[in-house]
Write a protein that binds this ligand. Structure first.
Ligand code: NDP
Length: 475
């Protein structure tokens, strides 16, 4: 075989990744289950680089130098298993299968073990940036055997986005670590978007601004601390004029959000780890609520509440900016705390500063802000919570008066702000040395003899609530 690497699965992502690799002067063999797609790919893009179009998997495998490096870019789920099953008998020991789709990390853990049992090295690689990223430079989160990664490192580094001379790719960790980090990336993307739409909602409902005016505000916000791809495109989406009505396009888009499941995976995983992940989880719930469109239409006629003021309020606009920033800090603090907990639980040894580094470019959550997170972990690699580094401590301290005003105003005026308000509650809960869970323990001991600890004495205790009311040691 002549090609250094192969790509099977030539839908948008696979085709663009293959073109990106070939554009770096690397010979690429391409394959797709439906052969006509390969033929189309070759006639459209074959001239761009050193491609070998193949019709069967045998032909594909034969076109590759050994150890074979095969990127699988097919629909996530069962199709990935089918492709692995079909490839396995055709491969030799030491060949590498790289699943670059949005696989759920437990599947990646399983596939890694299954492939290993057959002498095949498996990598689960998160790729972010959509079609355009895949073609021009994505953020890449490779997980799996580090020796296998060494075989493709130069290719990945050459195709990734670059920020300040640093490619947005690093070996994340073994097994499912790459897909895990990609999952949390997507979860954070949910939180970022939810915070943006809560700001948009308040600016519309409470400040009475139209989409065009709000678009201008986002454009402005994109020149400060909030500078990021999502804030930038929010300005553009809000500015877009609908060709049919001549009004803002957003005003005619149905208020029902879609989702493909990665936010839900992130939230479920956080529940399992026992890590508070309010920002991302509320964002998932908010999409769920948005989907209950018919129910909301009925409830709007039935359920009472204040009618928002829709009154121009200059100071509110800046308060909302600060609430958005503080809530964003919390959402990232939570997402990074989750990755840290998962790293400890799975023995992945994730370097969280590197995650911030490779998310600075190529991906949907790319932002200036990530430089601050990178710096935080550079100084404190074992940081428990991002809120505890001076930069973020101060940022939230400075924003919190505005943040509280926004939560109060939204609550008084009846505007739902689940991510803003739950982030503030998390913040207030996190900064309490002594919270109210003492009472939970008392209740649990009352109805279930679950025991409690005392602040003044070591050991486990139970009160005989239903008998004589005396306390006994149970350890
Ligand atoms: P799709 O997810 O739409 O998958 C289509 C591809 O999968 C086609 O090549 C199709 O082949 C192949 N396929 C489906 N079932 C099978 C099967 N049983 N056996 C073999 N091949 C099969 O393509 P995308 O390019 O959108 O995405 C690819 C992966 O990248 C997914 O995991 C996706 O989640 C992920 N991703 C996508 C992003 C995006 O913006 N679209 C961004 C980041 C990641 P055929 O032509 O024969 O039907």
């Amino acid at each position: 075989g002549q090609s250094r690497i192969g790509v099977t699965g030539l839908a948008v992502m696979g085709a663009n990744l293959a073109r990106n690799i070939a554009s770096r002067g690397v010979a690429v063999a391409v394959h797709n289950r439906t052969g006509s797609k390969t033929t189309e790919f070759m006639s459209e893009f074959g001239g761009e680089g050193d491609f070998t179009g193949t019709q069967s998997l045998q032909e594909f495998v034969d076109a590759l130098e050994t150890p074979r490096r095969i990127i699988v870019m097919v629909k996530a789920g069962k199709p990935v298993d089918s492709v692995i099953d079909e490839l396995t008998p055709l491969l030799d020991k030491g060949d590498i299968i790289i699943d670059a789709g949005n696989s759920h990390f437990p599947d990646t853990v399983r596939r890694t073990a299954e492939c290993e049992a057959n002498g095949i090295r498996f990598m689960g690689v998160g790729v972010s940036g959509g079609e355009e990223g895949a073609l021009l430079g994505p953020s890449i989160m490779p997980g799996g055997d580090p020796e296998a990664y060494a075989e493709v490192k130069d290719i990945f580094e050459s195709i990734a986005a670059v920020v300040d001379g640093t490619p947005c790719v690093v070996h994340v960790g073994p097994g499912g670590a790459g897909h895990y980090v990609k999952m949390v990336h997507n979860g954070i993307e949910y939180a970022d978007m939810q915070l943006i739409v809560e700001a948009y909602d308040l600016l519309t409902q409470v400040a009475g601004l139209d989409a065009h005016a709000i678009g201008t505000i986002f454009e402005e916000w994109n020149t400060g601390d909030l500078e990021s791809f999502l804030i930038e495109i929010t300005g553009k989406v809000l500015a877009k004029v609908d060709e049919k009505t001549g009004g803002p396009l957003v005003d005619v888009i149905v208020d029902q959000a879609g989702q493909k499941g990665t936010g839900t995976w992130t939230a479920i995983d956080a529940l399992g780890l026992g890590i508070p992940l309010t920002g991302i989880t509320e964002a998932v719930f908010a999409r769920g609520l948005s989907a209950l469109r018919a129910e909301r239409a009925a409830a709007a006629k039935t359920l009472a509440g204040p009618t928002p003021a829709k009154k121009a309020d200059e100071s509110l606009v800046d308060d909302i900016r600060q609430a958005l920033y503080a809530s964003k800090v919390v959402a990232y603090a939570q997402g990074f705390a989750q990755m840290r907990a998962a790293s400890v639980q799975n023995g992945w040894d994730l370097h969280l500063g590197e995650m911030a580094t490779i998310w600075r470019g190529g991906c949907i959550i790319r932002a200036q802000f990530l430089n601050r997170i990178r710096d935080a972990y550079a100084e404190h690699p074992d940081l428990d919570n991002l809120l505890m580094v001076p930069y973020f401590t101060e940022a939230v301290a400075n924003a919190q008066d505005a943040w509280r005003r926004v939560v109060v105003t939204a609550t008084e005026q009846g505007v739902a702000i689940p991510a803003f308000s739950s982030s503030l509650s998390y913040y207030d809960g996190y900064r309490r040395e002594r919270g109210p869970a003492n009472l939970i323990q008392g209740l649990r001991d009352f109805f279930g003899a679950h025991t409690y600890q005392r602040v003044d004495e070591e050991g486990a205790f139970h009160t005989r609530w239903a008998q004589d009311g005396t306390e006994v040691r149970t350890d």
